[in-house]
Ligand binder design. Structure first.
Ligand SMILES: NC(=O)c1ccc[n+]([C@@H]2O[C@H](COP(=O)([O-])OP(=O)(O)OC[C@H]3O[C@@H](n4cnc5c(N)ncnc54)[C@H](OP(=O)(O)O)[C@@H]3O)[C@@H](O)[C@H]2O)c1
Length: 382
């Protein structure tokens, strides 16, 4: 049995490595995202865009704050000396009724620990308001439903509170059905208020939805990459499929890792893994610069920042964006997106400009297994 598992793991690694080698920029982003963690909506904040389901009392706010960078050294170069500023970001986000998106894999638990620590330090009234979405890492060696419950309990311990939304972080090449049972068990045991998936394609989402429904549990959400530079879910039907199932969409990397904030230019690209993505974007500078120009123009109309344009475009598509922020200025700027809503004409201008841009990461080089090798189920679309 162990030999079989090892063989399957090696086979998966081969598959992943093949996929990773296809698009270096995508490889740098996703590989580091996973490895650094493995081996490593509305015009007012008070208005929620989501509705509760019969099995889930959760109503998620229209905007979240991504906490991947909080504790992650490999991709984001986390510096513990800046924890005081992260606490400031935390307090500000809570005051604005944003929720936090984290994962057991981010900084190997550090992101969850920081959130738990900041919550404990907050006045009770504020601490009680904290809403957290976290994730189970579908590592190849995790094959049992009990693995989900165990990991979930460990996350709850680090966070010091039940999890509002618990998501399967990414598909595995096997054991996916076990994970869905595990999600259901975590829900039944009261460890979490709602359950979701992440990086799931259409077929996998349908299958998970059906499995949970057979236990009377609602699949609350699918967290997927979507931004003006990553439009695949709009184009391959995934976004529509989520809407048809009434599965909320949490759009991750809505600022395209900072490339939609307007602060990077050809001669001032970010260092580390993101530099290669920037280099690729500048292989066709005209389309990318044009998009940034349109964003700046729209931002000017609302006396807003380009990052808010990126966030509000994702809201206009019916998703709940979770932009990452690690400085108080970033958090203030991004959360202020809730103070205005773009017009349909703005949205269309942005669509027209963004479809022309190539060079950002693409789904074909994703490290996620496209299929469950045991069931043949297609797991990942974009
Ligand atoms: N489910 C998944 O597989 C998955 C994958 C990726 C991300 N996520 C989630 O989605 C969240 C957000 O995605 P992300 O962090 O990958 O990327 P993102 O939100 O597209 O970009 C975040 C980065 O952009 C820069 N930034 C943010 N606000 C800014 C502003 N107002 N002005 C200028 N720069 C700004 C910051 O980087 P600098 O400080 O370095 O400039 C920040 O860390 C993550 O934290 C995580 O919770 C999930």
């Amino acid at each position: 049995m162990i030999v079989v598992l090892l063989l399957l793991f090696v086979a998966t690694c081969h598959h992943v490595c093949d996929a990773l080698s296809a698009t270096p920029s995508r490889r740098d982003f996703l590989e580091t995202s996973i490895i650094s963690s493995t081996i490593a909506v509305a015009s007012s904040p008070a208005v929620a865009t989501t509705t509760s389901s019969s099995s889930s009392p959760l109503t998620l706010p229209p905007l979240g704050l991504g906490a991947w960078a909080w504790g992650d050294s490999l991709f984001w170069g986390y510096d513990p000396r800046k924890d005081d500023e992260l606490k400031e970001v935390f307090d500000y986000a809570v005051s604005k009724n944003a929720f936090f998106d984290t994962a057991e894999a981010y900084g190997l638990g550090r992101s969850e620990e920081l959130l738990g620590k900041f919550r404990n330090a907050a006045p009770k009234e504020e601490g009680d308001k904290v809403m957290i979405a976290s994730k189970f890492a579908a590592y190849p060696w995790r094959t049992k439903r009990g693995d989900v419950v165990k990991a979930c309990a460990a996350s709850v311990k680090r966070l010091g509170q039940p999890i509002d939304l618990y998501q399967i972080h990414f598909p595995n090449a096997w054991a996916n059905e076990e994970y869905w049972e595990g999600l259901g068990d975590a829900f039944d045991q009261g460890l979490v208020k709602a359950v979701g998936v992440s990086n799931y394609g259409i077929d996998a989402m349908h299958a998970c939805h059906a499995k949970l429904a057979s236990r009377g549990i609602n699949l609350y959400s699918n967290q997927i990459q979507m931004s003006l530079l990553y439009r695949w879910p709009l184009e391959n039907g995934l976004l529509d499929a989520c809407k048809e199932l009434d599965v909320k969409v949490l759009s991750y990397s809505p600022l395209a890792l900072g490339f939609l904030t307007g602060k990077y230019r050809k001669d001032s690209l970010p260092s580390g893994p993101r530099s290669k993505i920037g280099t690729r974007l500048y292989e066709d500078p005209e389309a990318y610069e044009n998009l940034l120009g349109v964003m700046k123009d729209i931002a000017g109309k609302y006396d807003a920042a380009p990052s808010q344009v990126a966030v509000n475009w994702a809201r206009a598509k019916g998703t709940i964006p979770i932009p990452g922020a690690r400085t108080i200025n970033q958090a203030k700027q991004n959360l202020a997106a809730l103070e205005w809503t773009m017009t349909k004409a703005d949205e269309m201008r942005l669509d027209e400009a963004s479809v022309m841009v190539t060079g950002f990461v693409t789904p074909d080089a994703s490290p996620f297994p496209p299929k469950d090798i045991n069931t043949g189920l297609k797991m990942f679309d974009s």
